[in-house]
Design a protein around this ligand. Sequence first.
Ligand code: ADP
Ligand code: MG
Length: 238
Amino acid sequence: MASVSIEGVQKSFGATKVIHGVDISISDSEFCVLVGPSGCGKSTLLRMIAGLEEISAGQIRIGDRVVNNVQPKERDIAMVFQNYALYPHMKVRDNMAFSLKLAKRPQAEIDQRVNEAAGILGLTPYLDRYPRQLSGGQRQRVAMGRAIVRKPQVFLFDEPLSNLDAKLRVQMRTEIKELHQRLKTTSIYVTHDQIEAMTMADKIVVMHDGIVEQFGAPLELYDHPANTFVATFIGSPA
Ligand code: ADP
Ligand code: MG
């Protein structure tokens, strides 16, 4: 586990600045939710933390290490996407083992980690199926399994539940939180859904047009919204 520190981070695409200077400090083991309307820069910020997007200014630290120039696979993070990004031609077991195989881990360790993750996620009976033979919720669990097997310092989630129906979304929220309580891996979770943010977060970052409007615990934001945007967005009676 590790803290994540985002210090004066900016991002421009060509002449267009989309992140205007973000400062957030996420503690070790914390579950932090980045919430804000579509287009406000959530994915861009997450992608910079993951190393999938260059940082235009400022720095990001994971633990004690400044990672601005560190390759994604060296950052000790794992990312879970909205569209699962599973390999359709690979069985569940091989989808989950893939990154460990790339990292040339011994086969016995790969099997052990895949079996352990499958047990945690209730996927043991499905290890020899292909993604197309699974339900949406099961596929999402496989996507999480691929992240878990790596035992990363930090999990990054980009709207992982937005393709699921409402009922499953509520169930998966609980599952992700239980997983976090069990593994205590520092997590940064992006959503545009206020309810998801309020129910899942230890800390919430409310973003709007490339800036942070407020950063704090859910109740703090609800009781003391920093401005009208936060009040309206969070739905507090200010
Ligand atoms: P969110 O995830 O909050 O919906 P994004 O981070 O995807 O927002 O996008 C923030 C802004 O940056 C948007 O205006 C989007 O159009 C722009 N943007 C994102 N990626 C690129 C890119 N590769 N090139 C140019 N503009 C981009
Ligand atoms: Mg996004």
